[in-house]
Design a binder for this molecule. Structure first.
Ligand SMILES: [Zn+2]
Length: 338
């Protein structure tokens, strides 16, 4: 069985975008009081949005199940206020729940959190609980920069995040550290902002002592860990200079990297540097890079090909494609065939 731990509903039917467009428009008026409103999407529209995209690619690439979350670049936590973010997150998560209900063998949900800049992260707890307890979701995406590119939030080691971490531990679900679309023109969302935030999050974790307080908390740093594996020596050296324990001791019981690196040398480096127990298979399809690599003739985001080409032992393959993901997302077990 091959599980892809990172996929987004980037092909959601148009009424979702229409809802958001109107919400963003209303958010410009400070006097407007947001209400949840409705998004009318039929089951057929959902099927249509997936059959030619994620489901087709699963079949073609030979993957079985995707941990599926709302489109990350559209989370837009910086837009409007906490109510805007809450209603938008609720609709997006409800739609993921419908996808998972229609295709229980293909998709298991992970939620978007209704974060908002300057708002206590604890306010995301009710939506997290709803998604896990009522919808059977197995994880969430945690935005370390809800401002959308001005990095105004305290580091992930700050105590203001602690109530949310307590809930993640209690529910036994991990968080994928994942920013949304950049509203800072200095950043390209998927090209530099995502990777910068991934790298930033890892460095925040080095300087703090978070996992002493939360020994069972689990984070996935996506996109192959940003710049982390490539600069592993720098991070080890900084940790050493700071008097920290070695990185494997400090972080690697709690921090995991995915395989969303879109070329063979990058995947080789990831596997050379990061222990196999800390790598989870993922593709992030359909989304970040949609084209075909003229050098290989294959889609850039067909990451299974790169992992296959590593010729890992069967035991290590099983870890990457399934066992590590089950370890990080234990609630996934009850969604798998017996
Ligand atoms: Zn993503």
């Amino acid at each position: 069985m091959i599980i892809d731990c990172h996929g987004h509903y980037t092909t959601a039917p148009q009424p979702l975008q229409d809802y958001r467009k109107q919400q963003v428009e209303h958010a410009k008026d400070p006097a407007h009081v947001p209400t949840k409103g409705t998004v009318n999407i039929t089951d057929d529209q959902i099927r249509e949005s997936l059959e030619g995209a994620q489901l087709k690619l699963q079949r073609e690439r030979g993957t079985d199940l995707t941990i599926f979350s709302p489109r990350a670049s559209a989370m837009g936590h910086h837009i409007g206020n906490e109510h805007t973010s809450r209603f938008w997150s609720e609709h997006c998560n409800e739609l993921i729940h419908r996808v998972c209900t229609l295709y229980p063998k293909n998709f298991v949900g992970a939620c978007q959190l209704p974060q908002s800049p300057g708002v206590d992260p604890a306010k995301s707890i009710p939506e997290l609980e709803r998604c896990v307890n009522e919808f059977g979701f197995v994880g969430c995406n945690l935005n370390p920069d809800p401002s959308g590119g001005s990095f105004s939030a305290p580091p992930l080691t700050d105590r203001s995040w602690y109530p949310l971490y307590e809930k993640l531990c209690e529910l036994d679900v991990p968080a994928m550290i994942h920013v949304s679309g950049a509203c800072n023109p200095a950043f390209h969302t998927t090209g530099s902002y995502y990777l910068s935030a991934d790298t930033m999050a890892f460095m925040q974790l080095i300087t703090g002592d978070l996992f002493k307080d939360f020994p069972t908390l689990r984070f996935i740093i996506p996109h192959g860990g940003g710049a982390v594996p490539y600069h592993w020596g720098r991070f080890r050296g900084i940790a050493q200079d700071l008097g920290k324990p070695p990185l494997d001791e400090l972080l690697l019981n709690n921090v995991f990297f995915d395989t969303c690196v879109y070329h063979q040398p990058g995947i080789e480096l990831l596997f050379k540097v990061i222990p196999v127990d800390n790598i989870l298979f993922a593709s992030e399809m359909v989304g970040a890079v949609r084209g075909i690599d003229p050098e290989t003739g294959h889609y850039y985001d067909d990451t299974k090909r790169y992992v296959d080409a590593l010729n890992l032992s069967p035991a290590d393959q099983q870890k990457i494609f399934k066992d590590n993901i089950l370890k990080v997302f234990p609630r996934l077990a009850k969604h798998l065939p017996a």
